[in-house]
Every structure is written in C-alpha cells, then in structure tokens.
Design a protein around this ligand. Structure first.
Ligand code: ADP
Ligand code: MG
Length: 297
C-alpha cells in the first residue's frame, strides 16, 4: 500500500471503504477498494481471493480495469481504474426528470452489453448489474461495468436473502422463486438498467417487498415514453420475459439490426477496420459478418 497515496474517501462499500488514490510511481489516479476480511468466513475469503484472480484477467474497454490486488493483515485491497464520471445512478438522478435522448441511451446500453458479452463469453456471471455498478468516464461518453461479485460468492439460495438486504429492485422472477441464478438473470438486471435509462425510475416498485415481488413475478411494468422507438420498447419487453429462456442472450441482443451502427462504433479499432474491407452495399451488414466480428472480441 505504500506505493499509493490516498487522496480521499469516495464511497462506502458493503465490505469496506472506497478511496480515490494516486500511484506514487506515475501520479496516475486510481481507486482502491478496501475489503475487510476479518468479518468474513474462511470459505468466503477463499472465494473472494479466487474472484480477484479472475477479475485481473478481465481486460475490456467497457469493464472497469483492475490494476492490482494486495493483501495486508486482514485487509484485501483492490486497485482499479478511476472513472471520473461517477456511477450511472448518480447520472440518472442528475436529469431531474428530463428524459435522455434515445441515442445516448443506446450508446450506453451497447457499451454495457459489450462489457457483459466479454464476461458471459468466458462463462462468468456478473450477478450484480445495476446502475450503481456501472461507471462513466471520458465526460460520460464511456460506460463501464464494475463491481462484480467480488465479495460475494454466494450459493443460489442465499441470493434472495442477499438481494433483500441490498437493492431488491433488481430481483428477477427466478430469484424471487428461489430458482438458480443463470446468465439470463444478468439479462433481467440489464433490462432494469435499460428501463431506468428510459424512464429515470425503477421498472418495478412496491410499498412492501411482497408487493414488489408480486409485480416482478407478473412482469408488470409501466411502458416507457412513446417518444422512444418501437425497437427500443420491444427490446425492454424482451428483457423482461418472465421465463429466463425467453429472454435473449447477450449475443443475440448485440446482433439486433437497430443496434448495429453503435456496436460497430464501439468495437476495438482493429476489429472494425477488418470489417470495412470491401464495399457495404446496403445499410445493414450481413448478420454473418456482424457475428464474425462479435466472435473476434
Ligand atoms: P459496493 O457495491 O460493494 O458498495 P462499489 O464498487 O460498487 O462497492 O463502490 C461503491 C461506490 O463507490 C460506487 O457506487 C461509486 O459511486 C464509487 N466507486 C467505486 N468504484 C469506482 C471507480 N472505479 N470509479 C469511480 N467511482 C467508483
Ligand atoms: Mg456496488
């Protein structure tokens, strides 16, 4: 830890504090997440350390970059990229009811989806997608997925209990019914984030947990403003299918024609250059080319 200078505390995490810091070697700003291991049972501690190794391997423009992790006494420190635009929930609240433009919503959504694709393609689940765990940088233009399951490798039965303590708004019908967490559960939460971007409020709310769970299990939500395109509104309803099997996978979301331009714009340069060899005759690229590009990232 003596390689870093703590600048200030920027957040209180569920397992410890979050600091803005500076690496002494190059004066680069970074975020240090401190996880208190004393309160953690041995099994969880081990899971936590495994998770960190996994996180270190995640390198993607739309995932908060992990720089290092170190353990000192009974504390685990995770050093990561600082996202100066804060989290997406704060950004949504800053709108004070003024709806976002569709272009802005789709740009963030596609970026978050590319980050999630990177994770899902590696057979890893995020398990905690919500606007508070999505971070903005570069003047809010870049969206990055962060804070995944670091300190909570829980079994599935503990999932419901955990979410009830935390943020119950993102509960999915299967978790409410104590069925296992799967990749489509992440898709449900992705739907919640997309809805929040369109409506500036949670899709499912209730005066009590019971009422909330009822609404979630019926998949009942108020439609978003008709100013948004039919494609976008259709996508929301697909993400909120009650049965996980009926929800699209992250790859089929990214293959949707109305998202194509944005997917291309957000692919790494070398991938999009490759795809532009040869003339593009129609407005849309053949699905096979899009799939090939998606496979290469
Ligand atoms: P937890 O969910 O365990 O409380 P998070 O990693 O989500 O911990 O961090 C909590 C809060 O700290 C975030 O909602 C955000 O406001 C801030 N924060 C965390 N990581 C970063 C980061 N890399 N860049 C900027 N702010 C961050
Ligand atoms: Mg968080």
């Amino acid at each position: 830890m003596d390689k870093y200078e703590i600048l200030k505390k920027i957040g209180e995490g569920s397992f410890g504090k979050i600091f803005l810091a500076k690496a002494k070697v190059d004066n680069e700003q970074c975020v240090i997440k401190e996880i208190d291991l004393t309160k953690m049972p041995v099994k969880e501690k081990e899971a936590c350390q495994k998770e960190v190794i996994l996180l270190a391997k995640m390198k993607h423009a739309n995932i908060v970059t992990f720089y290092a992790s170190l353990q000192e006494e009974n504390k685990l420190y995770i050093v990561m990229e600082y996202c100066d635009g804060g989290d997406l929930m704060k950004r949504i609240n800053m709108q004070h009811g003024v709806l976002f433009e569709e272009d802005q919503i789709l740009s963030w959504f596609v970026q978050i989806s590319l980050g999630l694709k990177h994770i899902h393609d590696r057979k890893i689940l995020h398990r905690d997608i919500k606007s508070q765990n999505i971070f903005l940088s570069s003047n809010g233009k870049v969206a990055k997925l962060g804070d995944f399951g670091i300190a909570r490798q829980l079994n599935d039965t503990a999932e419901f209990a955990y979410t009830c303590v935390g943020t119950p708004y993102y509960l999915s019908p299967e978790i409410c019914e104590n069925r296992p967490y799967n990749n489509k559960t992440d898709i449900w939460s992705l739907g919640c984030v997309l809805y929040e971007l369109c409506a500036l409020k949670h899709p499912f709310e209730g005066n009590s947990l019971h009422q909330l769970v009822l609404k979630i299990c019926r998949g009942y939500f108020h439609p978003v403003s008709p100013r948004y395109s039919y494609d976008l509104r259709m996508l929301i309803s697909q993400l909120f299918k009650i049965s996980p099997r009926d929800r699209p996978s992250i790859n089929s979301i990214l293959r949707k024609p109305f998202l194509q331009k944005l997917v291309l714009r957000n692919l790494p340069l070398e991938v999009s250059i490759l795809s532009f060899r040869g003339p593009i005759k129609s407005n849309l690229m053949p699905a096979s080319i899009i799939q090939k590009m998606l496979n290469s990232i």
